[in-house]
Design a protein around this ligand. Structure first.
Ligand code: FAD
Ligand code: NAD
Length: 458
């Protein structure tokens, strides 16, 4: 059979690409070696949020909560919580298979090998195609002297799926996975220590988000060791002991389990890319042009396999761009407008450039900040930690970056994305009527401050 497009990998990059291509009338096949939904649905975004949301409810209804909900003792049933996580994942991955079937996309279960830009081999099937999209995703990075054993040294996959609760956990890496999983385990009683080699957690986010989030998480019981390197490890029967180094001083830290969350690397191996002559960068990411096409015409690559933030929504948008490009449309993607969110409590969310990046680029900008402690809705919710920060061009008032730490920051950031997508100004956000009482009023107030009108409630 001749396909217009064969997509390798059914994660948020691959399956969205296949659905969009089918919508545009192309004959499409998807090949997946594990389960539909990829990392995101099976062992990433969705299961982590299921555990985060359940444990957040647990921590809110614990005795002494400020809402006056009286409970003598709230207990966590970790295995019920895990079963709920499994059920959500099964429902969603089944949903992806259903959508592909409904769109008449042929689904092949198996490992795909790209024999040429016109042939993809899956077991005994040779799929002849005009175009190939590589969407094979990524895998957790291992620290050489601390290899994953699935029991004492684990990756996010085991941290999400395990039915036992460690008494103590060291998390190596204070990035997205590290902080989200540290939150889950600390809320259910595990003693958690996060080791981060940089001088602040989530080092790519706004510095005020890093500082205030660390303070909030410390109050929740998570311990932090920043500017600290893990240099070696020793295993005893039930414990792992890590050797640490900070400012040339050494120390040790022991725990039942170590979660290594120091980033992910692209899955570029095993699919014949070198033999085909597909160019990769020094870190193993597949190089692509603005059409997401690799060095071999007709072979495209998207998602975690290519440079850029490793985020599900970025992978999906790239999938749409490729599908539309193959169908003859001139779609492009604005990489400066990809929001990123860390789903801690409070949540951190960012879009556009940070103050540090703007200073480095010699861009003159104005800052408007508004604290959630002055928001009526944040008080009603019971989470007044954090702020909204709006950065706007000094001359034109164009919004250059929005950085939020606070309740539902993940939802609030979409308003900023919309305004920035239309090249809007801080004044644009400030003059629109926002419903009262909502958290979004904090964004309006910060924007009024940045635009020079001045926030009303400060
Ligand atoms: P993947 O989702 O990794 O999918 C690739 C698919 O390709 C896999 O199913 C794999 O089995 C398949 N495959 C690989 N090789 C072959 C082959 N040769 N043949 C056939 N099939 C193959 N991002 C967010 O935006 N928000 C979040 O909240 C978030 N949370 C996360 C939490 C965790 C714990 C993790 C690990 C990641 C999280 N991410 C999050 C990142 C997100 O999961 C990834 O960015 C996203 O899944 C990348 O999509 P993708 O389609 O490129 O690859
Ligand atoms: P990350 O890049 O977010 O964080 C890794 C952290 O580990 C960084 O802060 C880094 O400085 C630190 N680090 C690196 N090597 C270290 C070492 N040897 N010792 C101590 N610290 C070290 O990576 P991650 O948390 O593993 O997540 C992987 C990817 O998955 C991310 O790129 C992210 O985009 C994606 N993800 C996103 C979300 C989300 O959107 N909410 C959630 C989870 C994962």
């Amino acid at each position: 059979m001749k396909y217009d497009l064969v997509v390798i990998g059914a994660g948020p990059g691959g399956y969205v690409c296949a659905l969009r291509a089918a919508q545009l009338g192309l004959k499409v096949a998807v090949v997946e070696k594990k389960k539909a939904g990829g990392t995101c649905l099976n062992v990433g975004c969705i299961p982590s949020k299921a555990l985060l949301d359940s444990t957040e409810i647990f921590s809110e209804i614990s005795p002494g909560n400020e809402h006056g909900i009286e409970v003598s003792k709230a207990n966590i049933n970790w295995s019920t919580l895990q079963s709920r996580r499994e059920k959500i994942v099964t429902q969603l991955t089944g949903g992806v298979e259903f959508l592909l079937k409904k769109a008449k996309v042929d689904y092949y279960q198996g490992f795909a090998d790209v024999k040429s830009c016109y042939t993809v081999v899956v077991g005994r099937n040779n799929l002849a195609t005009k175009n190939v999209v590589l969407a094979t995703g990524s895998t957790p990075v291992e620290i050489p002297f601390l290899p994953f054993d699935g029991e004492h040294v684990i990756s996010s996959t085991e941290a999400l799926n395990q039915f036992n609760i460690p008494k103590s956990l060291i998390v190596v890496g204070g990035g997205y996975i590290g902080l989200e999983m540290a939150s889950v385990y600390s809320r259910i009683g595990t003693h958690v220590t996060v080791i981060e080699m940089m001088d602040r957690i989530v080092p790519l986010m706004d510095t005020d988000i890093s500082k205030q989030l660390q303070k909030s998480l410390r109050k929740q019981g998570i311990k932090f060791k920043t500017s600290t390197k893990v240099t070696d490890c020793k295993k005893t029967k039930n414990k792992i002991i890590l050797n640490l180094e900070k400012n040339k001083k050494t120390s040790t830290q022991e725990a039942d389990q170590v979660l290594v969350a120091v980033g992910r690397r692209p899955n570029a191996g095993g699919i014949n890319l070198n033999a085909l002559g597909v160019t990769m960068d020094e870190r193993g990411f597949v190089s692509v042009n603005q059409n997401m096409e690799t060095s071999i015409p007709g072979i495209y690559a998207i998602g975690d396999l290519v440079p850029g933030p490793m985020l599900a929504h970025k992978a999906s948008e790239e999938g749409v761009v490729v599908a539309e490009r193959i169908a003859g449309k001139q779609t492009t993607l604005d990489y400066s407008l990809i929001p990123s969110v860390v789903y801690t409590h409070p949540e951190g969310a960012s879009i556009g450039r940070t103050a540090d990046e703007l200073k480095k680029a010699n861009v003159e900008f104005k800052t408007g900040m508004f604290p959630f402690s002055a928001s009526g809705r944040a008080m009603a919710i019971g989470c007044t930690e954090g702020f909204v920060k709006v950065l706007a061009d000094s001359k034109t008032d164009k919004v250059l970056g929005v950085h939020i730490l606070g309740p539902k920051a993940s939802e609030l950031i979409s308003e900023a994305a919309m305004v920035m997508g239309f090249c809007g100004t801080a004044e644009d956000i400030g003059v629109f009527i926002h419903a009262h009482p909502t958290l979004s009023e904090a964004l309006k107030e910060a924007a009024l401050e940045a635009s020079g009108h001045g926030a009303i409630h400060t």
